[in-house]
Design a protein around this ligand. Structure first.
Ligand code: GSH
Length: 214
């Protein structure tokens, strides 16, 4: 199997984390075509990366779909809890990253990088980011203590997006954006104790730093 990946993509990074954690024999490669070109969409009908290419040449797009597929078919389900409620709580981490944190708190700031965006719009985007971080803090407060469970797909999915919080904050005058959120900061540091999480995160952060020209 082959994973089409981009080093700086938080979506691709979460899949690479699972591949590293489970030591799966999957080739990691970059798409040859430039994003958003007709050639790219011809090759990748969903128009997004990551994409898993299966042994028969068929494709599976979407990071969370790929993670669940690999966990089920190649890991014996070992990266998700057996209990249905705990599995639903695991999915909440990925849903939070994809439905709330990224569109609500990160995309706006990301667009301002390198554009010399006005202080006013940065202020609005930072407020939106903090609203999303406050949401995570509340969620973590009501979920069972993460320290008493194993790391799961949801943690692997959310960590790269939280890396983006830490990468973007300093560019907009917030050197430690998680400092006001002790549960979230504690969860992030706990998840980063996993070598597979830390390794792929660090690769992504290096790639993003290059992208940002820092
Ligand atoms: N829901 C998708 C999102 C993937 C995604 O947005 N990937 C970005 C790279 S970070 C991409 O391919 N962007 C190309 C584009 O938007 O044209 C997933 O989870 O895989």
């Amino acid at each position: 199997m082959k994973l089409y990946s981009l080093a700086h993509s938080p979506y691709a990074t979460r899949v690479r984390t699972l591949i590293a954690k489970a030591a799966l024999d999957i080739e990691i490669c970059h798409p040859e075509e430039a994003l958003r070109t007709p050639e790219f969409v011809d090759h990748f009908p969903m128009g997004k990366i990551p994409v898993l290419e299966l042994a028969d040449g068929s494709q599976l797009p979407d990071s969370w779909v790929i993670m669940e597929y690999l966990n089920e078919t190649a890991c014996g389900g070992s990266n998700s809890p057996e209990n249905p409620l705990e599995r639903a709580q695991m999915q909440m981490f990925a849903r939070y990253a994809d439905t709330y944190l990224s569109p609500g708190g990160l995309f706006g700031l990301f667009k301002l990088v390198g554009q010399g965006g006005g202080a006013h719009s940065a202020e609005e985007e930072l407020a939106a980011l903090h609203a999303e971080l406050a949401r995570l803090e509340r969620i973590l407060t009501v979920l069972p203590d993460f320290r008493e469970r194993a790391i799961h797909l949801g943690d692997m999915a959310l960590v790269p997006h939280m890396d983006f919080v830490l990468l973007l904050g300093p560019l907009f005058g917030e050197p430690a954006p998680l400092s006001k959120y002790p549960m979230s900061e504690g969860w992030f540091n706990w998840a980063k104790e996993d070598p597979a999480v830390a390794g792929s995160s660090s690769e992504m952060c290096d790639a993003v730093a290059k992208l940002f020209g820092s």
